[in-house]
Design a protein around this ligand. Structure first.
Ligand SMILES: O=C(O)[C@H](O)CO
Length: 449
């Protein structure tokens, strides 16, 4: 069993609250790894594959093919291979964190901005889907990051147009639902189109959710599930955030709104209407939160799981978390210290024209630490995939004394959290973790005595 480790752990966790925060973060990440989730939710007995409560008689299929994409897709594929054994015929997954597999091809791609390589990889995945026929079972292993990794621009869009759109979308502060409405409508594989390509094969999606609310049509832009969004929704996002997208993209979306481009398949499309597609979300934010809660309890802290759905601007979410922690210290409510507040979800950072190095979790910790006055509270947050924003940093842990006030305020202003956190030995570096269930925040509150 792999254990997630933090680089320079002793420097990062140099006080008891910071150490407890780190233990909770690592326990949360570990529990959300595909190996752990597959072990808990997928089994094979006498040729019958069970995914949660749904059974697939593998002896009744001609071929069993595994496709997929996402930051954790190869770990997912390796874990599923172990269960499926000789029943698995073939497959290909795209990821930016490759591990060894035996049957499934692991294709290395790029994230968060799609690349030429991603286009070749997406073609390979589409080829497997196209070759599947009525007697086959296609398993689709999807995790966060799948949208960027599965880069198949809809004809006649180019990869360079997709790259510009992605950069614009990631910097504008739009929610992941909004971002993916655009991505799905510029794609030949997302928004149910992979399932359409695989029809009439049976398609079973096994997903790890990194989106608030676990909507499968948003996870990795839902390549195998119905799409409730439309060209009109996608164009509305482009207009609302005033995105500088290439003319080709704007025209393409406008043509879609006019009905001149094929819409993504909705729930009543024949691909989904005949019961041949199933979705199983086998891990999500709560998986990590529950494991982190247990880690807190084991260390003598009372856990309070605030929400798995926190969203909004990172620095503002940080102020709310700090306010609740102060209430606990001052009045013993909503939970009596020693206590740990936990939350998941996905906060965002709205960038101006100029910005430095950082990410939503680093900005959360920086904003939170600067707001803290009480030295017995530690704030921490990580992106569970180990990559916060476009950095090689998972997140950070800090208390009221960690960050020099003036440098910290300047860094916050410039959206440049990484350097100031690095200088203060506050960054959590895990490397890619092999999972992705979005953000995990842990606030540790010591008791007054
Ligand atoms: O890839 C994506 O679209 C995001 O990570 C959400 O799943």
């Amino acid at each position: 069993m792999v254990e997630i480790r933090c680089h320079r752990r002793d420097a990062v966790a140099d006080t008891r609250p910071k150490e407890v925060a780190l233990e909770c973060l690592l326990a949360g990440i570990e529990a959300a790894r595909p190996e752990a989730r597959v072990e808990e939710t997928v089994s094979l007995r006498d040729g019958t594959l069970s995914i949660r409560d749904t059974e697939y008689d593998l002896q009744s299929y001609d071929d069993v093919v595994l496709v997929g994409a996402g930051n954790a897709a190869s770990q997912f594929a390796a874990a599923l291979e172990d269960v499926l054994g000789e029943y698995l015929t073939d497959g290909a997954v795209v990821t930016d964190d490759p591990v060894e597999t035996t049957v499934v091809d692991v294709l290395a791609g790029d994230h968060p901005v799609p690349s030429e390589e991603g286009v070749r990889n997406a073609r390979e995945v589409l080829k497997h889907a196209r070759e599947a026929d009525e007697g086959d079972l296609v398993l689709a292993a999807l995790t966060g990051g799948g949208s960027a990794l599965l880069a198949a621009p809809a004809d006649p869009l180019t990869i360079s147009a997709l790259q510009t759109v992605t950069e614009e979308l990631l910097a504008c502060g739009a929610s992941i639902d909004e971002i993916n409405a655009v991505r799905k409508h510029c794609s030949a594989i997302k928004g149910g189109r992979l399932a359409r390509t695989a029809a009439p094969a049976t398609v079973a999606t096994v997903a790890l959710s990194d989106v608030v609310g676990d909507d499968p049509s948003v996870i990795a832009s839902g390549p195998t599930v119905p799409d409730p969004s439309s060209f009109a929704d996608a164009l509305e996002v482009v207009e609302r955030y005033d995105l500088a997208v290439p003319d080709s993209v704007r025209e393409f979306l406008e043509e879609g709104v006019e009905g001149d481009r094929p819409e993504t398949p909705p729930a009543d499309d024949s691909v989904f209407a005949d019961g041949r597609t199933h979705v199983h979300v086998v891990g999500n934010s709560r998986t990590a939160l529950e494991a982190a809660s247990e880690a807190a309890t084991e260390r003598g802290y009372e856990p309070l799981l605030l929400s798995s759905r926190v969203r909004g601007e990172s620095r503002e979410a940080a102020l709310t978390h700090v306010a609740i922690a102060e209430e606990c210290r001052e009045h013993g409510a909503p939970v009596e210290p020693p206590a740990v507040l936990l939350s998941g979800g996905e906060t965002t950072v709205t960038l101006g024209n100029q910005y430095g190095r950082g990410g939503p979790n680093q900005e959360f910790v920086l904003g939170g630490a600067l707001a803290l006055e009480d030295e017995d509270i530690a704030v921490s947050a990580v992106d569970t995939d180990g990559i916060d924003g476009a950095t090689d940093i998972a997140g950070a842990i800090a208390d009221a004394t960690t960050i020099p006030e003036t440098d910290g305020r300047n860094a916050l202003e410039r959206h440049d959290a990484s350097s100031v956190l690095e200088d203060a030995n506050a960054v959590v570096r895990t490397g890619p973790t092999g999972t992705n269930v979005n953000d995990l925040r842990v606030i540790v509150i010591e008791s007054a005595d």
